[in-house]
Design a protein around this ligand. Structure first.
Ligand code: CAA
Length: 387
């Protein structure tokens, strides 16, 4: 049906589906309840190549493309979006950034162990007073007089995987007077002095993925750990987010697919007024609309993945396609999970079934890696050329 999806793509999709069904689905509800980080299954996902799908084999990855990444993400997220969050940050926000902008030494030291899943990577842009307006950060990195490294101070927030991350790509200000052109990227080792984690955020959804603040108190970052030149950080952050947004769109699609499948099964099984509820037109209309939106999300995600793959060699941008996919798929996930609960009635509201988890997990996809409002801004700016 889709000529651009090869046998090899279908193989990684099937491998992800098997692992998700056999190893993730059985533990998803318990980890959601306890909020415990699923370190064991994440390590196993690393061994299977899911933690660095697009990273070339020479750097420890699976050496596949963006289509393989999105197909695998969908399958993992159908079982559990928390695993998907950890996988997505590792793959797109961390590994993609280092692969694209890191030096050979940085890739050997900081990409190989993360692409293999032995270590966990994170990405830190947001601050308590700087979220959507990402160029207004208060944290600072100051080059020491010897020119050997930077002293970093400040506080970053909402860092996915931070409580367990070994390495973090940090975006902070080196020249605040230059605003976004004064942002620089660094690789942070989280076992070094001057680095601390804040409290783990209690969250509505994706509860098994750990999120926290990180605090820098005279943290020394050697100059070799700067990614790109001083002032390149904002563009690096935005470029990496474009890739990340495709992964979040795939996460949203996985959640929506799971909710739709559960709803179809329930509509065929549950009876009311002497017939299957799937025979009522109101349920049929819901299922039909859910299916259309799920399939439309999938096509936008494929469009974005193909745009990213086409941009690879030319270095072109695919911001609009990535934002379209994330916007539509995340709003679809929220809408479809709401309908799925309605179809299930009281059972949908109960923790006995996974519907309420899907609903809670879906919400974050409209917020992180750029809110729906930001995605609309990116799309409209790309369409009009206006700011
Ligand atoms: N790729 C490359 N360059 C880009 C770019 C992109 N996608 N987007 C912008 N740029 C460049 C522009 O070309 C411009 O370059 P010049 O200075 O050379 O002209 C520069 O960056 C500044 O661009 P803008 O003037 O458009 O910047 P802006 O301040 O208006 O912001 C924005 C644009 C789209 C709103 C951006 O700030 C944005 O995406 N904000 C949302 C941030 C976000 O997604 N945060 C989530 C963080 S991660 C997270 O959620 C936590 C986690 O752990 C997962």
């Amino acid at each position: 049906m889709f000529p651009f999806i090869t046998e090899e793509h279908r193989m990684i999709e099937a491998a992800a589906r098997d692992f998700a069904r056999n190893s993730i689905a059985p533990i998803a509800a318990e980890h959601d309840e306890t909020g415990e980080f699923p370190i064991q299954t994440i390590r196993e996902m690393g061994q299977l190549g899911f933690m660095g799908i697009e990273v070339p084999e020479e750097y420890g990855g699976a050496g596949m493309d963006t289509m393989a990444y999105v197909l695998a993400m969908v399958e993992i997220c159908k079982a559990d979006a928390s695993h998907g969050t950890i996988m997505s940050v590792n793959n797109s926000l961390y590994a993609h950034g280092l692969l694209k902008f890191g030096t050979e030494d940085q890739r050997q030291k900081y990409l190989v162990p993360v692409a293999t899943g032995q270590k966990i990577g994170a990405y830190s842009l947001t601050e308590p007073m700087s979220g959507s307006d990402a160029g207004t950060m208060k944290s600072r990195a100051v080059l020491n007089p010897e020119g050997t490294g930077y002293v970093i101070n400040g506080r970053k927030s909402w860092v996915t995987s931070a409580p367990y991350a070994d390495f973090i790509i940090l975006f902070t200000m080196t020249q605040p007077e230059k605003k976004h052109k004064g942002v620089t990227a660094f690789i942070i080792e989280t076992d070094q002095p001057g680095f601390a984690r804040g409290k783990k955020e209690p969250k509505l959804g994706i509860r098994a993925s750990a999120t926290s603040e990180i605090i820098f108190d005279n943290y020394f970052c050697p100059v070799e750990n700067r990614v790109g030149a001083e002032g390149d950080g904002f563009k690096i952050a935005m470029t990496v987010l474009d890739a990340g947004r495709i992964g979040i769109a795939a996460q949203a699609l996985g959640i929506a697919e799971a909710a739709l499948e559960a709803s179809v099964a329930y509509a065929k099984e549950r009876e009311a007024f002497g017939q299957k509820i799937g025979e009522f037109q109101q349920i049929q209309a819901k299922l039909a609309d859910m299916k259309c939106r799920v399939d439309a999300s999938r096509l936008l995600i494929y469009q974005a993945a193909l745009a990213k793959m086409a941009a690879k060699d030319g270095g072109g941008r695919y911001s609009m396609e990535a934002s379209e996919a994330k916007l539509f798929a995340s709003e679809t996930a929220m809408w479809v999970t709401t309908q799925a609960i309605q179809i299930h009635g009281g059972m949908g509201y109960s923790k006995e079934m996974p519907l309420e988890r899907y609903f809670r997990d879906a919400k974050i996809t409209e917020i992180y890696e750029g809110t729906s409002e930001i995605q609309r801004m990116v799309i409209a700016r790309a369409l009009t050329g206006l700011r």
